[in-house]
Design a binder for this molecule. Structure first.
Ligand code: C5P
Length: 306
């Protein structure tokens, strides 16, 4: 049986600066993406027709029809190749669903890589990137991995050099948050405040902290313009963030559009004690530790004979 399995990481946003609402319904961003070691696995098996099944973390909340972003990725790739390929996708989830860690985007990126291999297309990364940006704003980064700054709606990427490994704790919440709703709430809060919204800019001190691998400096520079909106929609996250700070997190932010909260630790050992403390405090459905940056999608098992 011809099959390809691809492992793909989650992301956290180290800076998410949101500009004004554009005419196309999107916002211009400065989005510093950072891939972390929480992985989904996507297995593609040659089949007639397109299908997907999902197992693992909150799998019951992921659609198994044409709404599934990984299936949409496979369909878009076949269309790009101008052929009527089929595939059966099996997704094993560990990345929280609708959690602000780009799990759906990761699965779409993994499906692109897996089907490119399975169907022997040999398309270069640039072609996959182009298909990816039509699928969603976070899918191009999910193809790249590592750490990168995204501009435009997040799809124009410049990789960043990072001088070390950072240790993270993630507090998973019950249920997800809709990205579109969180952006909408961000606009509503801003309108209410009446402050003009400036053009987003990359934070130099954050980029410097990344370059030299300084966790303490990075922790102080973590920012997320969507955080007030996520907190407005999910008030309980304030307690989660506060618990992490109280237990010595170097930085505590909502990840992307939430509701997952991200805490930067001083070391791997500190991440473990911080995670244990958050579990004891009962401020999350589950608590995970991870490190970053990690590479993007990786083929862990390919078709026989290749
Ligand atoms: O691109 P994606 O489909 O992931 O975006 C989901 C939703 O998030 C969009 O429909 C839009 O409401 C919001 N969004 C935005 N500005 C961005 C990215 C996403 O307003 N740069």
């Amino acid at each position: 049986m011809n099959s390809v399995t691809v492992r793909v990481p989650a992301k956290v946003n180290l800076q998410l600066a949101v500009g004004p609402l554009r005419d196309d319904g999107y916002h211009d961003l400065v989005n510093v993406f950072h891939a972390v070691s929480i992985f989904d696995e996507v297995t593609a098996v040659a089949e007639t027709g397109m299908s997907v099944r999902v197992e693992g973390e909150s799998a019951d909340q992921v659609p198994e029809d044409g709404d599934n972003l990984a299936i949409q990725a496979a369909v878009a790739l076949a269309r790009h190749a101008g052929r009527s390929y089929g595939v059966s996708l099996a997704i094993r989830k560990a990345i929280p669903v609708a959690g602000g860690m780009a799990g759906g985007s990761a699965d779409a990126a993994a499906a692109l890589v897996a089907c490119n291999e399975l169907w022997g297309l040999g398309l270069p990364l640039e072609d996959l990137m182009e298909i990816a940006s039509d699928l969603g704003s976070d899918v191009p980064f999910a193809l790249l991995g590592g750490t990168a700054v995204g501009t435009g709606r997040g799809e124009r990427l410049a990789p960043l050099e990072v001088g070390g490994t950072f240790h993270w704790v993630f507090a998973l919440a019950d249920g997800g948050l809709s990205t579109a709703k969180v952006y909408g709430e961000c606009d509503r809060i801003r309108q209410e405040g009446g402050e003009p919204v400036g053009h987003p800019r990359a934070a130099e001190p954050l980029l410097a902290a990344l370059r030299v691998g300084d966790a303490r400096a990075l922790g102080a520079e973590l920012t997320n313009d969507l955080q007030p909106a996520a907190l407005s929609l999910r008030g309980s996250l304030a307690r989660t963030l506060q618990a992490g700070r109280a237990h010595g997190a170097l930085g505590a932010i909502v990840s992307g559009s939430g509701p997952t909260c991200a805490f930067l630790a001083e070391s791997e050992a500190h991440a473990e004690t911080l995670a244990a403390a958050l579990k004891t405090e009962n401020v999350a459905r589950d608590v995970l530790t991870a490190h970053g940056p990690v590479p993007g999608p990786t083929v862990v098992q390919g078709p026989p004979g290749r």
